[in-house]
Design a binder for this molecule. Structure first.
Ligand SMILES: [Zn+2]
Length: 204
């Protein structure tokens, strides 16, 4: 929900109350606005604790952690569906590369290039021994999305797609291609059946 003002976002396109109504569907926060200055009052103890702990963070961060803050179920479903699509694409593209035509390959590539895009910002901090990159994720969504992207592009990642049932799984050992022994057995049964049905001279 947090859209910080930046080079691109300079003006409000929606009244603050309407925007907040998206994220506070149950109880509206007591929000006051005066030009660029804004404030809101919290009355319950946990809310006050969160607000105090988040004192140095932007206001929206503290608001996002409040009890009444929520996001729509269908938005989340859409987001998870996108992630699943991207995950599948990144595996199927290489798995099916030889059996699909160039037009289909191009569709895969376009599909995956539409993913992501809202990059977090970062700064560099001088830590004790060496400089480090400090990411500024302005939402949990972007953080998960970026970690997910790193995992997808990391050759050593344990995230896989089962060669048989096509479901995502975490490989316990390097080179694991199946989510379970059951899938591995089934795959081999089907494969040997296909071989028997097909060209007998193709015995490798
Ligand atoms: Zn499986």
């Amino acid at each position: 929900m947090y859209l910080p003002k930046n080079h691109f976002i300079k003006e409000e396109s929606l009244p603050t109350e309407d925007y907040l109504a998206y994220f506070y569907p149950f109880d509206k926060p007591d929000f006051r606005k005066n030009g660029v200055e804004s404030g809101w009052s919290v009355t319950d103890r946990e809310g006050i604790a969160i607000t105090m702990a988040m004192g140095s963070s932007p206001q929206a961060v503290a608001m996002g952690l409040q009890k009444e803050c929520a996001e729509r179920y269908d938005w989340l479903v859409k987001e998870f569906t996108d992630w699943a699509f991207t995950f599948m694409t990144s595996f199927l593209y290489y798995m099916d590369f030889d059996t699909i035509d160039e037009q289909t390959r191009s569709l895969y590539r376009q599909g995956i290039s539409a993913f992501g895009g809202i990059a977090p910002t970062y700064r560099i901090a001088l830590e004790k021994d060496s400089p480090v990159i400090v990411w500024d994720f302005h939402s949990l969504l972007i953080m998960v999305q970026m970690c997910f992207s790193f995992m997808l592009t990391d050759k050593d990642s344990d995230m896989r797609m089962c060669k048989h049932c096509k479901k995502a799984f975490v490989a316990s050992r390097k080179g694991n291609e199946f989510c379970s022994q059951k899938c591995k057995n089934q795959f081999n049964v089907y494969k040997s059946r296909e071989k028997k049905k097909g060209n007998k001279s193709d015995n490798r």
